[in-house]
Design a protein. Structure first.
Length: 450
């Protein structure tokens, strides 16, 4: 069916009219006011003042093709779907370290003083609310700006009150949350996470299996706030919270922003598979000197990260379908905390591949990236798209946002999709679908048939 046909036109206008407009102000709350969150907030303010461009953000810079290639319709995504305007964003955060966003940005060392100084007044006003924080889940950090409560449920109820107060204080229409806090120690989903009743009982008896990130997720969902999980810890990725999100009509997504090395993996591995080239091994190592690197230096937090990083290649390459190419490849990931590098991570990848008649070849990647510079536009896109999803009536896992995650959440019966290009197609087709436009299959035969 063509978008230009009469039937499709009315389908398209009815799809559009059922999406609530982005009126009023949108609050963006980040648990965590560290390197990623401050780089994100400072960047948005810098763009609003005309000092920077939103580089790396699909919501601000990408176009989307609509209809046939001969139609020449490729609007900007932000002109195609009703997204909140940057001028309508209001920021808030929780952090166990009481530094305001200006101090936190200076300490993070991502942005240069010449970029921070013009924004100093704005950043100074963003002060973190006391966090739900327990040093047993992030052993390398100690913070005093923390909430007190008898039970985990009490703490989560305080988070709910914070959300309501934030909304009232800033006269917000809607709120979304993006977890930008530290990676917690590894927790496997258990009976405490199976149903919402079990989850709530576990909060009440202070069960160790309920980590702070889960309390933020529960509080957000209860307040109707979409929740995006930028770290690899479970948080919303449990049956209990997935069900709660559906019951309360709240979009959720995760896990772990796909920024540097893993992003590269999801570009290169689909390329190898597309050419049916084999993989013998992939060795990845990183040196990183920011607070995230320090937290990940703890084996328990690193295990959470490692799980998230390791799953990528397996799912893209599908060794069970292509045993001759990908059975038993060796995949090693290391992160080494090395303070002199600060936020400017260096990653090395050695990729041992093989081709025709089994001849070995190697690819070396040396990526000198800036983690938070890559993560900041992801935070913006996730916030704006999740708000859009909610206004469009979507709820539960937003698989179309897999594009942004290392370890994408998917329905229990489904393999997550890791291939960056499939993820991009899924994202754009979801936008077309929600706006009543035809899907683009890239078949293209119609251009050659008379
Ligand atoms: N930078 C990237 O490219 C990237 C990529 C993927 C994932 N991540 C994840 O994003 C998160 C943030 O990264 P970062 O570089 O900003 O780290 P960071 O250490 O600079 O900031 C994290 C902040 O979270 C705070 N925090 C810890 N526990 C908290 C809690 N329970 N509630 C509220 N705040 C809490 C810390 O005090 C700190 O200020 C990390 O989990 C990291 O693994 C980052």
């Amino acid at each position: 069916m063509q978008a230009s046909s009469k039937g499709s036109k009315s389908a398209s206008s009815s799809a559009r009219s059922s999406i609530r407009p982005a009126t009023g102000k949108l609050g963006i709350l980040t648990p965590g006011l560290g390197a990623v969150a401050t780089t994100f907030i400072a960047g948005v303010e810098s763009i609003r003042r005309g000092l920077s461009k939103p580089i790396g953000s699909l919501t601000q810079m990408a176009t989307i093709r609509l209809g046939k290639r001969t139609d020449n319709r490729s609007p900007l995504i932000k002109d195609f779907i009703p997204l909140a305007e940057l001028d309508d964003l209001v920021f808030g955060a929780w952090d166990p370290i009481a530094d305001d966003a200006l101090t936190a940005a200076c300490k993070a060392g991502v942005l240069e003083q010449r970029h921070i100084e013009p924004l100093a007044d704005f950043l100074r006003e963003i002060k973190p609310m006391p966090a739900v924080f327990d040093n047993r889940y992030v052993t390398r950090l100690h913070g005093e700006n923390v909430k007190r409560g008898k039970t985990k449920r009490d703490l989560a109820e305080q988070l709910r009150q914070d959300i309501r107060d934030f909304k009232t204080k800033h006269r917000l229409d809607r709120v979304v949350a993006v977890w930008c806090a530290s990676t917690e120690t590894y927790i496997k989903a258990g009976p405490q996470h199976a149903t919402i009743e079990q989850f709530e009982k576990a909060m009440e008896r202070n069960d160790d299996a309920i980590a702070p990130s889960m309390l933020y997720a529960w509080a957000c969902i209860m307040e109707g706030v979409p929740y995006c999980n930028g770290a690899p810890n479970l948080a919303v990725d449990t049956p209990a919270l997935m069900q709660l999100a559906i019951d309360r009509g709240v979009p959720i997504s995760g896990k772990d922003f796909k920024t540097g090395q893993t992003w590269m993996k999801t570009v290169i591995a689909p390329g190898l598979k597309a050419r049916m080239l084999g993989l013998a091994g992939w060795y990845s190592t990183n040196i990183l000197g920011n607070r995230d690197g320090e937290v990940l230096d703890d084996p328990a937090s690193f295990k959470t990260k490692e799980e998230s990083k390791l799953s990528v290649l397996h799912t893209v390459l599908q060794p069970e379908i292509y045993p001759d190419l990908y059975k038993d490849f060796s995949h090693v990931v290391r992160i080494n905390y090395y303070p002199p590098r600060g936020d400017n991570k260096e990653g090395w990848d050695n990729i041992d591949i093989f081709g025709w008649m089994g001849y070995p070849m190697q690819i070396k990647v040396n990526f000198l990236c800036r983690d938070s510079i890559l993560a900041a536009p992801i935070v913006l896109d996730l916030a704006l798209f999740s708000d859009f999803a909610q206004r469009a009536g979507l709820k539960g896992i937003q698989e179309w946002l897999s594009f942004y995650y290392k370890s994408p959440m998917a329905a229990p019966a489904l393999q997550p999709e890791h291939d960056l290009f499939i993820q991009q197609t899924k994202l754009k087709n979801t936008l077309r679908h929600l706006m009543g436009e035809e899907q683009i299959t890239h078949l293209g035969l119609e251009y050659y048939q008379s």
